[in-house]
Design a protein around this ligand. Structure first.
Ligand code: MTE
Ligand code: QUE
Ligand code: MOS
Length: 767
């Protein structure tokens, strides 16, 4: 409310997610919920049954003659480009003879039903000449087997600083990968159009790239391919590049048969044939003083990329950008390795390599504190960045604004850190089997695509003569609430209710050449593009009203769904109708590009990030040292979202991100057999967190009065990915509990994920 009692509509309100009711009633349509067309076909993809080798015979006779089969395709059936690598080549849609991972697509079948297509795929007879596979990350590191060349970031002289330090630690941390486990799997339906065109409905975070790749494989201009995405049932990075192949498969069949073709992966195929979060081996060599202050550090961060580059160059870069987390590294050398293995190509996953870097930083701090017999919180606070003299990152970006110190101080107080620490020590002293642990960890996450050209967005707004508003933009909805936030942003411009605004499905024919909805920047980019379009239209309305009613522009006010022009009040519908009668254009595009960012990868220096999103969490755990089981007793989080556009959605993102991070670091474990076949290929063998894994006490709050120091939309901050890393406090808490077993004499070499098995291994090694 303003001083005059008028309601201000828009940003800052906890509006319900635009589809919330439809999500829970089942009315929200996902790709596979669309009505089927007459004569529609269903595709299923057949994959390799070895990890590495040459195909010697490919006999698809029985597949072709199977019941219900209409068409079968292989690499030879692709009319245009076979390679659909998103950034670098290396991803053939189908194997041309060389097979590089277990499950790699070799052929596809289109049949009259999904079940018959699946059955037919089983009938393929394929012989291989096997080649030696590299399946293990360590082996790839030792053989220097890479998908892309190594890259280094450097500031100062780390080797010298480490040599001159009082203390030194050299250690290795293994960090596991993660399956996306979106509830809706990969799915595309392609509808052939006139003149050879294709209309692609697909669950993708990246409609423009799907458009580009479908046009490439079919040899069509991009202008003849339209891609439509209303929503995803979760994406989490797994639908950034790896949604496209299934659209390409369906499009090739649609092109050959001129029928509508759907390609929806079964859960098992989805888990086997699509990439995951990169697992990492992080080595560090760190020098520090008696207070635990880091003087120099050398990291080698090795990510397992799988058989092809996909987005791995940028992902390992992001790990390298985040191995400082919130800590100043006076002298640092960071080497990043993009290791090749004969496994599925790993891809974007919430945090995009950042989490694998952040956890390395927290492992370093824990180990320093252990060695000096200090509380890790003390060492953490000592090493934090400040904005005065400890304010330059190892990629030479200056940190101008840093809310972490305030967040950590507030959290330390509000969570009663020190009295709970004392209580835990007392508990552990009298509890031989159950041991408690506590940890407070910060998160600093750089916001922007580190590849500069992706930091742009477009929007398109139509005002109709009844006052209703249609908005379209380049971002996609995957559950995060982007459409709701954009509607709020547009509503705030015109001061109309969000009920009169509809944000329509993302379409490449409405807003072209879009970036993937990724890097948490969906609202920053598309919200600003929509705001810019709305500003243009609002100015047109003001100019028109000013002239028509002979009123200075300053006397025109948009309020409560009305427009006050001097002492008259017109409804918004009246205004748009009058403007139309006067032949004022009521449609506008809007565009936005992030200012200030520039990064030179050659010299590994610049400002890759527009700003940082910050937060911190404290977790208390209890570990059963006989079974390795654990429980999260309490987690407190304070997270900085700047001026929140929608606090309810932001808190939802923080809670969801934390739990997804908790899954990554505790219960989710990927296992392959010695032949490179994924064993954890379904929910029976791959355990994602359940509601019962939520901490018993879970206090989540937003940092108050902290507008973004940069001019983002409403001074908000991105929220999608950063909270995932808040779960690192739970992992550190488990380590803390294990350390207390022998009164902190053996450092727990705990890796991630800290499954009960891993915890027991850690407890029993060297004791
Ligand atoms: N939240 C939900 N519910 N579902 C998702 O798939 N993806 C995450 C995050 N939050 C995701 C989510 C990832 S990986 C990113 S990059 C951001 O949302 C993308 O959306 P935004 O940029 O609009 O925040
Ligand atoms: C964070 C991200 C992405 C990123 C960089 C980030 C991302 C992404 C790309 C990318 C890089 C090069 C390309 C391209 C995409 O970079 O999601 O098409 O040519 O796709 O810091 O999330
Ligand atoms: Mo998110 S991993 O940037 O899609």
């Amino acid at each position: 409310m303003t001083k005059t009692g008028e309601v201000i509509i828009g940003a800052g309100q906890s509006l319900i997610h635009e589809s919330a009711a439809k999500h829970v009633t089942g009315e929200a349509t996902y790709i596979d919920d669309q009505p089927t067309y007459h004569g529609q076909l269903f595709a299923c993809v057949g994959g390799s049954t070895i990890a590495h080798g040459e195909i010697t015979t490919l006999n698809l006779e029985a597949v072709r003659s199977a019941l219900g089969v209409v068409d079968v395709i292989t690499a030879q059936s692709v009319p245009g480009k076979l390679d659909i690598g998103p950034v670098f080549p290396g991803d053939p849609l189908f194997s041309e003879g060389l097979v590089e991972y277990w499950g790699q697509p070799i052929f596809a079948v289109a049949a009259i039903s999904h079940e018959l297509a699946k059955k037919a795929v089983q009938l393929a007879k394929i012989d291989y000449k096997p080649l030696e596979p590299v399946l293990d990350l360590n082996e790839a590191i030792n053989q220097e087997f890479y998908v892309r060349p190594p890259h280094r970031m450097q500031r100062g002289n780390a080797e010298q600083a480490i040599d001159n330090s009082v203390h030194r630690i050299q250690s290795t941390l293994l960090v596991g990968g993660q399956e996306h486990f979106y509830l809706e799997g990969q799915a595309s339906t392609v509808v052939p159009q006139e003149d050879g065109g294709m209309l692609v409905y697909t669950s993708t975070q990246n409609p423009t790239e799907t458009q580009k790749l479908v046009s490439d494989v079919l040899n069509l201009p991009m202008s003849k391919v339209d891609v439509v995405t209303r929503r995803m049932g979760g994406g989490f990075g797994g639908k950034e590049t790896q949604a496209a192949p299934w659209s390409c498969v369906a499009a090739i069949f649609a092109n050959r048969t001129r029928k509508v073709v759907a390609c929806r992966l079964s859960r098992r195929d989805d888990m086997v044939m699509t990439g995951k979060r990169h697992n990492f081996i992080n080595q560090y060599d760190v020098g520090f003083d008696d207070d635990g202050m880091i003087s120099g550090i050398h990291y080698t961060l090795a990510g397992q990329c799988g058989y092809s580059p996909d987005l791995s160059d940028a992902i390992v870069d992001r790990a390298m950008f985040h191995c400082d987390n919130a800590y100043y590294l006076p002298h640092a050398t960071v080497d990043g390795l993009r290791c090749k293995t004969h496994t599925v190509s790993n891809t974007a996953f919430r945090g995009f390599g950042g989490p694998q870097g952040v956890i390395a930083a927290e492992a370093v701090i824990d180990e320093i504190a252990f060695k000096l017999k200090k509380d890790p919180l003390e060492v953490r606070k000592r090493n934090l960045y400040n904005t005065i003299d400890r304010n330059i990152t190892h990629y030479h970006q200056k940190i101008d604004s840093f809310s972490i110190s305030a967040i950590v101080d507030q959290l330390e107080k509000e969570s009663d850190y020190w009295s709970r620490r004392k209580g835990i020590q007392e508990f552990n002293a009298q509890s031989p089997i159950l041991k408690k642990g506590l940890a407070l960890t910060p998160v600093k996450f750089g916001i922007s695509f580190t590849v500069s050209h992706l930091n742009q967005a477009g929007a398109l707004i139509h005002l109709y003569t009844d006052g209703s508003i249609q908005v379209n933009h380049g971002g996609t909805e995957m559950g995060q609430g982007l459409m709701t936030k954009v509607a709020q942003i547009v509503a705030s411009q015109f001061q109309v209710s969000t009920d009169s605004i509809i944000v329509t499905a993302t379409r490449t024919d409405k807003v072209p050449n879009t970036s993937p909805t990724a890097a948490s920047s969906g609202t920053d980019l598309n919200g600003m593009a929509a705001l810019n379009a709305a500003r243009v239209l609002k100015q047109r309305l003001i100019d028109f009203l000013s002239e028509k009613y002979n009123t200075p522009a300053e006397h025109i006010r948009f309020r409560n769904g009305n427009v006050k022009v001097a002492d008259q009040t017109l409804s918004f519908a009246q205004v748009t109708n009058e403007a139309w009668l006067a032949r004022v254009s009521l449609s506008s595009t809007g565009f936005y590009k992030t200012p200030k960012i520039h990064y030179d990868r050659e010299t590994a220096s610049g400002n890759p990030f527009y700003y940082f999103a910050n937060g911190a969490s404290v977790s208390e755990v209890v570990v059963d040292t006989l079974t390795g089981e654990y429980k999260l007793l309490r987690t407190d989080i304070i997270h900085d979202v700047g001026n929140s556009i929608n606090p309810a959605l932001d808190i939802g993102q923080i809670e969801g991100g934390f739990i997804q991070g908790l899954g990554w670091l505790t219960c989710e474990e990927l296992k392959w057999n010695d032949e490179g076949r994924l064993l954890t290929d379904g929910p029976a063998t791959y355990k994602i967190p359940a509601i019962s894994d939520t901490p018993e006490i879970f206090n989540v709050s937003l940092l108050q009065n902290s507008p973004n120091s940069e001019a983002t939309v409403f001074r908000s901050k991105a929220v999608g990915e950063p909270p995932l890393m808040l779960a690192i406090s739970a992992w550190c808490g488990i380590r803390d509990a294990i350390a207390s077993i022998d009164g902190r004499t053996t450092f727990p070499q705990l890796n991630a994920p800290a499954t009960p098995e891993e915890i027991l291994k850690t407890i029993h090694c060297d004791r």
